[in-house]
Design a protein around this ligand. Sequence first.
Ligand SMILES: C[S@@+](CC[C@H](N)C(=O)[O-])C[C@H]1O[C@@H](n2cnc3c(N)ncnc32)[C@H](O)[C@@H]1O
Ligand SMILES: [Zn+2]
Length: 287
Amino acid sequence: MEQRVVDRLRCPVCGEALAEVTAGAARALRCPRRHSFDIARQGYVNLLAGRAPHGGDSAEMVVARADFLAAGHYDIISTALAEAASAHHQVAGGDDAYPLVVDAGAGTGRHLAAVLAALPEAVGLALDVSKPALRRAARVHPRVTAALADTWQRLPLADASAAVLLNVFAPRNGAEFRRVLAPIGRLLVVTPAADHLTELVDALGLLRVDPAKADRVAASLGGHFAEESAAVHRQELSLSGPEVNTLVGMGPSAWHTDPAGLAARITALGEPVRVTVAVRLGVYRPA
Ligand SMILES: C[S@@+](CC[C@H](N)C(=O)[O-])C[C@H]1O[C@@H](n2cnc3c(N)ncnc32)[C@H](O)[C@@H]1O
Ligand SMILES: [Zn+2]
C-alpha cells in the first residue's frame, strides 16, 4: 500500500501506528500490539474494528453509480470540489510535503480522483463501508488508497492528518472529521439542494430532498466547524431513459421503488429527459 498514506493511518482498536506485513500471498496492516487488518485481493484494507453497521451501497447501486459518473453527468461536482481544494491549497500551502485528501463515504472514488488530479503532490484515502465501492476506489487513481471504515466509528487516522476532507452525499461525523483534519485544513461538504433532480421526484415518486437538509448539515457539524463559504452549483442534464434508470438505481430510492412500475414511468417521460442537478458545496474550517 502507499506508504505515505499508511504513515497516517492508525489502528482502529488501540490507535497505534500501522505497518504492512506479508505472509505468503496474504498482506495485512498490523500495529505493534499485533492487531491485524487484512488487505483484500482487490487492494483495499479492512480497517473496521468490530462489525459494520450495514454494508453500505450494494453491488448493483455501485455499478449504477460508476456508470452514471463515468458518463460525466456529475462532473460538475468533481470540478467544484477540485477547484475548492486547489484554491484553498494555494492560499494555505502548509508545510505538508504530501497533503492527504480523505473522502468519507467515497463510493467509487471518482470525485477524490478529480481532486488529486488538481493537486499533483497530494495523496488520497477513500473511506467507505461498501466493499463493491472500495474495489473500484482502490484502482480509481494511482495515488488513492482505499479502506473499509465506518464514518460513525473512530476513523482509522491520526489526529490532524488530513489537509482536505471530502464528504459528498454521505454521512457526516463532525467530531471525528474535526479530529482528523489539520488546523489549516478544510472540509468540503456536498449535499443536494432543494431542487436537485426535482423533475424526477414528482414523475417517479423518488425520495424528496428534506427541506431541512441544510439545517441538519449545520447541526451535524456545529461546534466542530464554521462555514467559510457555500455555493449552489446547477446544471441541466439531458438524459436517455436508460440513463434515468441508472440514476434512480444508484440513489436511496433504489430501496423504495418497484422495478416494473419504475420502468413504465420512465418510458412515459419520453426522451430526452431534462433533469436538474443542483448541489450545495459548503467549505468548512475547523472551529
Ligand atoms: C450516495 S453514495 C455517495 C458516494 C460518493 N461520495 C459519490 O458522490 O459518488 C453514499 C456512500 O456512503 C457510503 N456510506 C454509507 N454509510 C456509511 C458509513 N456509515 N460509513 C462510511 N460510508 C458509508 C455508501 O456505501 C456509499 O458509497
Ligand atoms: Zn492496535
